[in-house]
Design a protein around this ligand. Structure first.
Ligand code: SAH
Length: 490
């Protein structure tokens, strides 16, 4: 982040704008909406600025700029068409440590005017840090379309009721649940449909009902129910193979609600960044050597956090139920009476297939597909090759790269054709994705000569040869002597 987004209170604050043309006017318009006291210094001003200045809280100094006018100003904007003068204003402000913005000149800006989505009291500012203002404006257009107009009214209603809710629902968790229900249920739907007074009524009814429920409990019961009411929930969320765009809406929504996130080594930084900003983020990547202990610890940490009322997100690479130990975690949660949800994610095989142009099934080449692990629970290599010899079946090996030689030899020995195509897909869906293709009999040697980094998948079967034809995601193709670039999209 080159700049930090802050929301500045300008009500009755003195702001100076140097310049009296259209550029100055646009900034003056914006700032006047926040209640700033604007002073404009310019020998001549446009008619629209004259109109704005008709409000007596604003001031016109119809003179040439002088640095004496900077005194006491919270911010300064220079928007003249005189470059030298703009530089002068910038230098004077620097000397006095007053934040300054020289319009359309990023190097001379201490702060940036964002593109704004205004659903007051909800306000969204978008900036490209001067790199691509048009993109920032397009982003704004998308958000404008996405965020219902009723959001502002909803936020205002919440603001008006805040104190009352606080007095009637004593616990933080209780209040959070109350507001979530309001913002994601009937109250918000009524508000978005323009039925404001009904929305307000519904919110008040909900509050009364919650309040009555809480106060009707006798002391003993209340202790018990507090305990129950305070149990949080665990969301076991599939984070997909790395590209954040491959998350599901549901995953994103729950990640945004998390109080604490336990994440694996396979979860990319970009994906982690999409979790709620205030959430604690705890890395629980497992080491090969101490699997069992680490897994028990993870289970216990989730249970402990949920028992203190927290919403826990367990963020796992790919899909939680494909070599993800999601099942084991849920067994532990059930035993501890912790409520949970499971959100599927795009498993590495799906991503690797699509991002390399290797369809896992194809009517000519493969009528079934099997996901196989390179390792068993005990840490022993998987040697069940006898079941993997069907030439019309695609095999996808997870955790197989370290034992590539053993796996390919095992398949050949069990009867699979040594010329069967195979692809190694490393970092599927990430900008660092690489693919190496070959056959069962030559891939181990090739990979030894120029190894690819983990995580990586092996795709075995005739479909793997389609990579040459169907690859589309920008990556150099490393295969039998042929060096091509697969970038067909611009
Ligand atoms: N639950 C995960 C799999 C976890 S097992 C899923 O559904 O994808 C870990 C193995 O997944 C790695 O050894 C590797 O074989 C594979 N893997 C995970 N992410 C990958 C990626 N981005 N590219 C290639 N392989 C990946």
């Amino acid at each position: 982040m080159n700049t930090f987004p802050l929301f500045f209170k300008f009500t009755n604050q003195p702001v100076l704008i140097v310049g009296g043309g259209e550029v100055a006017q646009r900034k003056a318009d914006l700032l006047s909406r926040t209640g700033a006291n604007i002073t404009i210094v310019a020998p001549q001003i446009s008619d629209s600025i004259r109109h704005l200045l008709s409000d007596s809280k604003h001031t016109l100094i119809a003179e040439q700029y002088d640095k004496q006018y900077l005194a006491g100003k919270r911010i300064v904007i220079a928007g003249t068409d005189d470059e030298m003068l703009n530089h002068q204003v910038h230098a004077d402000c620097q000397a006095l440590n007053i934040p300054v913005n020289v319009v359309d000149t990023p190097p001379l800006c201490d702060f940036i005017f964002p593109a704004i989505v205004d659903r007051s009291p909800i306000v969204i500012g978008i900036s490209s840090n001067g790199k691509a203002p048009v993109l920032a404006r397009l982003t704004r257009a998308r958000l404008e379309a996405l965020i219902p107009q009723g959001y502002g009214k909803l936020a205002k209603l919440a603001g008006d009721m805040r104190d009352e809710v606080k007095s009637k629902i004593p616990t933080l968790t209780g209040r959070r649940q109350f507001w979530e229900k309001a913002f994601e249920g009937k109250v918000s739907e009524l508000m978005f449909a323009g039925r404001e007074s009904e929305a307000e009524q519904a919110l008040k009814q909900d509050l009364e009902a919650t309040h009555n429920r809480l106060s009707n409990l006798d002391a003993a019961k209340s202790a018990e129910s507090n305990k129950l009411g305070n149990v949080g929930e665990v969301y076991i969320v599939g984070a997909g193979p790395g590209d954040p765009e491959l998350l599901t809406f549901k995953a994103l929504r729950l990640m945004q609600q998390a109080d604490i996130v336990y994440y694996d080594a396979l979860v990319s930084a970009e994906v982690l960044d999409l979790c709620r900003r205030d959430a604690d983020k705890v890395f629980v990547g497992k080491k090969r050597s101490n699997h069992a202990v680490a897994q028990q610890n993870i289970n216990q940490m989730m249970i402990d956090a949920a028992n203190t009322g927290k919403r826990v997100v367990r963020l796992k690479g790919g899909d939680p139920f494909v070599f993800g130990r999601g099942g084991e975690e849920i067994q532990a949660l059930r035993a501890a009476n912790i409520p949970y949800q499971v959100v599927p994610g795009i498993t590495a095989a799906g991503a690797a297939a699509c991002y390399t142009g290797i369809p896992l099934t194809h009517r000519d080449y493969a009528q079934s597909v099997r996901f196989v692990t390179g390792f068993l629970k005990s840490g022993e290599p998987n040697t069940g090759f006898a079941a993997l010899t069907n030439p019309k079946e695609t095999l996808v090996f997870y955790m197989g790269l370290h034992s590539l030689g053993r796996l390919t030899a095992g398949l050949i020995e069990a009867g699979r054709d040594p010329n069967t195509p195979i692809a190694i897909v490393s970092h599927a869906s990430l900008p660092t994705q690489q693919t190496m293709t070959g056959s069962l009999q030559d891939i181990a040697k090739k990979h030894e000569d120029s190894p690819l980094p983990t995580p990586a998948l092996l795709i075995v079967g005739d479909v793997a040869k389609l990579h040459d034809e169907l690859a589309w995601y920008g990556e150099p193709i490393i295969n039998s002597g042929q060096q091509a670039h697969a970038l067909t999209m611009v």
